[in-house]
Design a protein around this ligand. Structure first.
Ligand code: UD1
Length: 420
């Protein structure tokens, strides 16, 4: 296993180009199961999770080739409806093959994804939505077994106790596009990645309205055809790079940014007094000003993203004053708190809240990455800290950040990999 070592204290300078969005590409690849015709997906980030999804597509009978940011998916020699535990357990997004398998093959056997360090992560909303379309669902030996003679459109309220669900909305939308009649998904997730999936499905011939809003309407069609699509830029990678500039006192240009997808983050950073300028998909982030602490509550889109909580906590750790961070999506997503405290941060967790008392400087230390975004938070902390920080279990980072070391090195950071 590799660890990432960062010599902190370098002000980042230069340009960085944001890759395609992880959370858009995974369901979009799953959506290619809805047709036998060829699909071409462009702007695909080379991530561990992308590679995992391609393995699942192949196990389900597709040919899938990935070269230079482009995936070609074509019909293979067989169709399987069985997504086994070994493949699904590597990432939760693989569960979104359930909807397309059921839509296309009328049956699916998909392993339950299980929990992970950020919390329990149930799939009740996925199953509720898919049963509302007329599927018979049973759970046996850790597998969801779903069958449907014919899926029928339905009214589905998909809100849960933590609000809307991204992947449940994706799953239900993908099952509904080939169902007979009209489906209305109320309390649908509004994340740009869900809207991007809908755009791809529309290119395949689906009839969808209202995507990007809490009410999605789908008129089922008999058949979907092949399509080509370019993935939207990754707003979480963009946000992470912006914070990297701010936390190091650097000055960088972040290219391939969809500014409107970053509303809640930009708003909080403006409140903190950060210097940000934006023009034509390029954002300039300068860490030249002294920031003020801000309070943050994570919420479904367009609220502040839970996937930026750890990174924002790192920034607040070195912003003098007190900030309150409240996690409303995954109340246990605080694994990074103890690691940041090992670097000299003053953070106290109280249930779903973290009280951050900003310090002047963190000091480098050996720390452990627990999940993808916690790792990103630790990278930011390491970039700003005095001395060396070594982050173990760096494979988490590779799940969601394309060429992260290369991108940081290009910005002047002193970062390298070592064997554990
Ligand atoms: C997606 C993102 C992930 C992000 C998360 C929240 C992908 C591949 N992953 O994950 O990066 O952190 O959205 O923005 O897109 N819930 C239920 N029942 C369900 C499903 C979810 O109670 O059936 C709860 C979850 O436990 C959580 C909340 O709903 O508290 C939101 O989770 P959800 O939007 O489903 O997360 P994912 O789609 O798994």
């Amino acid at each position: 296993m590799d660890k990432l070592v960062i010599e902190g204290g370098v002000k980042l300078k230069g340009e960085v180009t944001i890759s395609g969005a992880k959370n858009a590409v995974l369901p979009i690849l799953a959506a290619t199961l809805l047709t036998d015709e060829p699909c071409v997906i462009k702007g695909v980030p080379n991530l561990r999770d992308t590679v995992s999804m391609l393995k699942i597509l192949r196990a389900l009978g597709k040919n899938a080739e990935f070269e230079k940011g482009r995936v070609n998916v074509t019909r293979g020699k067989f169709h399987s409806h069985f997504a086994e535990y070994r493949l699904v357990s590597t990432m939760r997004a693989s569960f979104c093959v359930l909807g397309p398998l059921l839509g296309k093959l009328k049956k699916a056997k998909v392993s339950l994804p299980g929990g992970c360090v950020i919390g329990v992560r149930p799939v009740d909303l996925h199953l509720k939505g898919i049963s509302a379309l007329g599927a018979d669902i049973s759970i046996d030996s850790g597998y969801v077994i779903a069958r449907a003679g014919n899926l029928r459109g339905s009214y589905i309220y998909l809100g849960g106790i933590y609000g809307s669900s991204v992947l449940a909305t994706d799953n239900v939308m993908m099952a509904a596009v080939l169902a007979k009649g009209k489906t209305t998904i109320e309390s649908a997730a509004c994340e740009p990645e869900v809207a991007d999936l809908a755009e791809f499905l529309i290119k395949m011939g689906a009839k969808i309205k209202g995507h990007g809003t809490p009410v999605i309407e789908i008129e089922g069609v008999k058949h979907l055809h092949g399509a080509a699509h370019t993935i939207i830029p990754d707003r979480i990678e963009a946000g992470t790079m912006i914070l990297a500039a701010l936390i190091t006192g650097g000055d960088i240009l972040v290219k391939n940014v969809q500014y409107q997808h970053l509303g809640a983050l930009i708003d909080k950073l403006s409140e903190a007094g950060a210097a940000l300028e934006h023009r034509d998909g390029i954002l300039r982030a300068r860490g030249t000003r002294r920031l003020k602490p801000v309070n943050i509550t994570t919420l479904p889109y367009p609220g502040f993203p839970t996937d930026m909580q750890a990174q924002m906590m790192s920034l607040m750790s070195v912003t003098p004053g007190i900030s309150l961070i409240t996690e409303k999506i995954y109340p246990d997503r605080f694994m990074h708190v103890a690691e940041l405290n090992r670097m000299g941060a003053h953070i106290q967790r109280e249930g779903p809240h973290a009280i951050v008392e900003g310090v002047k400087k963190l000091s480098g230390a050996p720390v452990m990455a627990s999940d993808l975004r916690a790792s990103a938070g630790l990278v930011l902390a390491g970039l700003s800290a005095r001395g060396n920080t070594s982050i173990s279990r760096i494979y988490h980072l590779e799940r969601g950040y394309e060429s992260i070391e290369e991108k940081l090195i290009n910005l002047g950071a002193k970062v390298w990999r070592e064997k554990e």
